[in-house]
Design a protein around this ligand. Structure first.
Ligand code: ADP
Ligand code: MG
Ligand code: MG
Length: 507
């Protein structure tokens, strides 16, 4: 390995290891300074007063509403008439524990309790909350969240990978120290490749998702040269790297089952929102520090309008479903074909329609996918073979996952007999493989091809309209999660004696 690469890697490893406020800029408190409450009036007028969004979904909103409830003895009393001793419990339980309880089977009772509780809290207590200093503080946090985002709020580390429109770099938010991956789309490349709609589509789909099995978008902003998507950093490398570059070819059965199950949950989340992903392949499935996977690269994902099908020959050669190649109308079916290809490739160490090391041209690959039966070697167990066969059914109407039972048909297949999906969805299952925290699971910096520059493309006024739509800054839930997780919320959210001014900040 070359010296440049070693330096870049060790800087990244050091930054990744920094917890407890270590990666923060010395100016972090200035970067997150609350505006005076009088500067929040415009926001107060325009903010949609939706209980569920303000007090349940948004992490900082939830914390402040909880603090408000705890500050009201009368609220504790009236609630404890309804539910002795449980108010405190429910409002203080972090959501992983609630999820844990669900796993233990207290699911239904807790759900009933939860909906009653929220019905109660969304009435008078929610109105009172909006008159309190806790809500003022929420508005202040919201103003900080909505500050314009520029490249100056991040530190840049090494190059992680290369995509169609630009490079992906390791980043760190200066205010909190949290690590991210920044996917840069170069404006000239986007324009030359007519990728505007695609870039905007990727950004808009990402910002509506919130799943532990799909990368989250935390910020979208622009620089002079690029459009930037700041995403969950996935330090464990992609599945392609693990299938082919770790010495062995193919993965052990327990890993195949585990990754397939998590991908299945990610696809389910997308499908529930009527999104077809269309780009399932090992390179797009990434591992985090603990060995959990997330689906990434939503550039080809598309939202189906209610009950409608789409058409479009998109995807990657070798992974496209027969109905995509055939230019037919389709719904969610290409993704279940993709899952079949993925399980096949993780098991065999090669994709289903290509021998090892073989180069296949486009037309021939398409013919094989549409006509040929894939072969199963001895490495396939009976369940794995049956599972792949059912998913790699050429006619989407007969394919597993595309019938009435939908995803449940897949989850209940014997291939997944060792997987408890409820526990998996709650994030309480230990992954079978944990990436080494001192390793960098990607190619050396100098081995990643340099991104070519485009000449002769001039960016003008018309391009600006599109950049403005892209450049929306922080995304609420991931940004608030960052503030809480990195300890910034706790350190800054102090209340002075007479109300909401923290004593240690200069107003
Ligand atoms: P494209 O849409 O152009 O294919 P991708 O989103 O797939 O771009 O990113 C290109 C490469 O960058 C990936 O194959 C992966 O190696 C790396 N990469 C992308 N997103 C992340 C991430 N969130 N964390 C770590 N590496 C990433
Ligand atoms: Mg990709
Ligand atoms: Mg893409």
């Amino acid at each position: 390995m070359e010296i440049d690469s070693m330096v870049a890697n060790s800087a990244l490893i050091r930054a990744r290891g920094g917890g407890g406020g270590k990666g923060r800029s010395w100016k972090w408190k200035d970067m997150l300074r609350f505006p005076h409450i009088s500067q929040c009036m415009e926001l107060a007028k325009t903010l949609e007063r939706d209980y569920y969004s303000l007090c349940v979904k948004q992490p900082i909103g939830r914390q402040l509403f909880r603090l408000f409830c705890q500050s009201k003895p009368e609220l504790q009393v009236s609630l404890s008439d309804l539910y002795p001793n449980v108010l405190h419990l429910a409002l203080t339980l972090p959501s992983p524990i609630c999820e844990g309880l669900c796993v233990l089977g207290i699911h239904l009772r807790l759900l009933c309790f939860y909906s009653d509780l929220h019905e109660y809290l969304s009435g008078a207590p929610f109105l009172q909350y909006q008159q309190s200093m806790y809500f003022d503080r929420f508005l202040q946090w919201k103003m900080v969240e909505r500050q314009p985002v520029t490249k100056h709020i991040f530190r840049q580390y090494r190059l992680l990978g290369k995509g169609g429109f630009g490079e992906v770099w390791a980043f760190q938010a200066r205010a909190s120290g949290k690590m991210y991956a920044c996917k840069k789309l170069e404006k000239t490349h986007v324009k030359k490749g007519k990728g505007e709609a695609m870039a905007l589509n990727e950004k808009q789909i990402l910002e509506t998702l919130n799943s532990r099995f799909v990368v989250s978008l935390a910020y979208a902003y622009e620089t002079k040269q690029s459009l930037c998507l700041v995403l969950t950093i996935m330090n464990g490398g992609d599945l392609r790297f693990h299938i082919y570059n770790m010495g062995t070819s193919g993965l052990e059965q327990d890993r195949v089952q585990f990754y397939a199950a998590e991908v299945c949950c990610g696809l389910h989340h997308l499908h529930q929102m009527n999104i077809v992903y269309r780009d399932l392949k090992p390179e797009n499935i990434l591992l985090d520090d603990n060995g959990h996977i997330r689906i990434s690269d939503l550039g080809l994902a598309v939202t189906l309008s209610e009950g409608n099908l789409v058409r479009g020959r998109v995807g990657t050669l070798g992974y496209m479903a027969p109905e995509v190649i055939g230019n037919d109308y389709y719904g969610l079916s290409p993704d279940w074909w993709g899952l079949g290809c993925l399980v096949y490739e993780m098991t065999a160490g090669r994709s289903p329609f290509k021998r090892k090391g073989e180069r296949v041209i486009g037309k021939e690959m398409e013919r094989r996918i549409q006509e040929e039966e894939e072969e199963y070697g001895k490495i396939f167990s009976n369940e794995t073979k049956d599972f792949c066969r059912l998913l790699l059914t050429k006619d989407p109407r007969d394919r597993l996952g595309c019938q009435g039972s939908g995803v449940y048909g897949i989850k209940s297949h014997p291939f997944f007999r060792t997987i408890n999906f409820r526990r998996l969805e709650a994030g309480v299952i230990e992954p079978p493989f944990k990436p080494d925290p001192r390793a960098v699971y990607c190619q050396d910096v100098q081995d990643i091809d340099e991104f070519s520059t485009v000449k002769g493309v001039i960016l003008g006024r018309a391009d600006n309209d599109f950049y403005i739509k892209f450049n929306t800054g922080s995304v609420a839930i991931p940004w608030q999660t960052e503030m809480i997780e990195m300890g910034c919320f706790k350190e800054l959210n102090v209340f002075g004696p007479q109300g909401s001014r923290p004593p240690d900040l200069d107003w």
